[in-house]
Write a protein that binds this ligand. Structure first.
Ligand code: PDD
Length: 280
């Protein structure tokens, strides 16, 4: 396996960044994750647009042009012989002696890795649906920026694993679901309307979410960008999450309570198929 680190393709096991990289010291870095289907990046432009927004929000310079970045992304895919998989990209502000202030004249550190994904195993998981637990959303107020500051997500997801579940639904102070530990969250309510929290309320603007909303415009399923409570979620016909990693994943159990009949519902199942179809 090979990783791209600051201008070079290096054996994965030997790839490293400096101990005074600000990504390491301050989580002063942003990232993106793409799904790869048949050797092609999914939703390429959407992820690159969001990367630009994240970089601008933190005032980190783009490490290279978009065209150059595309070349590197595909070179990482090629060198790792990825057909079905995912690509991870991280840009930190750079390397400098530790000091909170932005260092002058540093160049951003760019790291790209790729790995294979077992689509068949993922399909089996999607046919079963996943269990999740709720966790208080203790993250910061700028969850719209895709930074590597993911400690709350890490702790919450580990709590899920310890409880025999595979993800979390974050809950705000008013008992509304915000999003998943690394995914956006949706319910199909008792009127058959899909609801997902608005992007105005401190969640990540998922690229899979954006694509799903486009797909929904071609159907007669109604979508409302409206928050939903834990109680509404437990009483929903269906619950699902979306991300570049999990695509569309049905949720069948929350905090030990079964959702509907405890099986993935027709809406989530058909949207998963529709998403995969347009991505491949
Ligand atoms: N996470 N919300 C959060 C908090 C996320 O971390 C992610 C993605 C999403 C979904 O975004 P997208 O559809 O663009 O993948 C929503 C990535 C996959 C991760 O951290 O691994």
């Amino acid at each position: 396996r090979f990783a791209y680190v600051d201008g070079r393709y290096i054996r994965h096991g030997d790839a490293c960044v400096h101990i005074e990289d600000r990504g390491y010291q301050f989580a002063d870095a942003v990232y993106e994750v793409w799904s790869v289907f048949d050797g092609r990046l999914a939703d390429t432009q959407g992820h690159l647009d969001r990367l630009d927004r994240s970089l601008k929000s933190l005032r980190i310079n783009a490490p290279m042009s978009r065209a150059a970045l595309m070349v590197v992304l595909y070179e990482v895919i090629r060198r790792n012989r990825i057909k079905e998989g995912m690509v991870y990209l991280q840009v930190s502000r750079g390397v400098a002696a530790r000091d909170h202030f932005f260092p002058a004249g540093v160049k951003p550190t760019l790291v790209i890795t790729a790995r294979a994904v077992d689509r068949e195993a993922a399909a089996v998981k999607a046919r079963m649906g996943i269990k999740v637990i709720t966790q208080p959303d203790i993250r910061w107020g700028r969850c719209d920026i895709k930074t590597v500051g993911l400690l709350p997500n890490v702790l919450a997801k580990q709590a899920a694993k310890d409880a025999g579940a595979s993800d979390v639904l974050f809950v705000d102070k008013d008992d509304f679901i915000t999003e998943g530990g690394s995914a956006n969250a949706y319910i199909v309510d008792d009127a058959g309307v899909i609801r997902t929290r608005s992007l105005k309320s401190n969640i990540l603007a998922g690229i899979t979410r954006a694509q799903l909303l486009k797909i929904l415009k071609t159907t007669d399923i109604e979508l409302r960008e409206e928050a939903f409570t834990v109680a509404e979620t437990l009483a929903a016909r269906e619950v699902f999450i979306t991300a570049a990693t999990s695509l569309v994943m049905p949720v069948v159990e929350i905090d030990g309570h079964r959702i509907a009949d405890g099986k993935p519902g027709p809406v989530a199942t058909s949207l998963r198929e529709a998403y995969i179809q347009q991505a491949t």
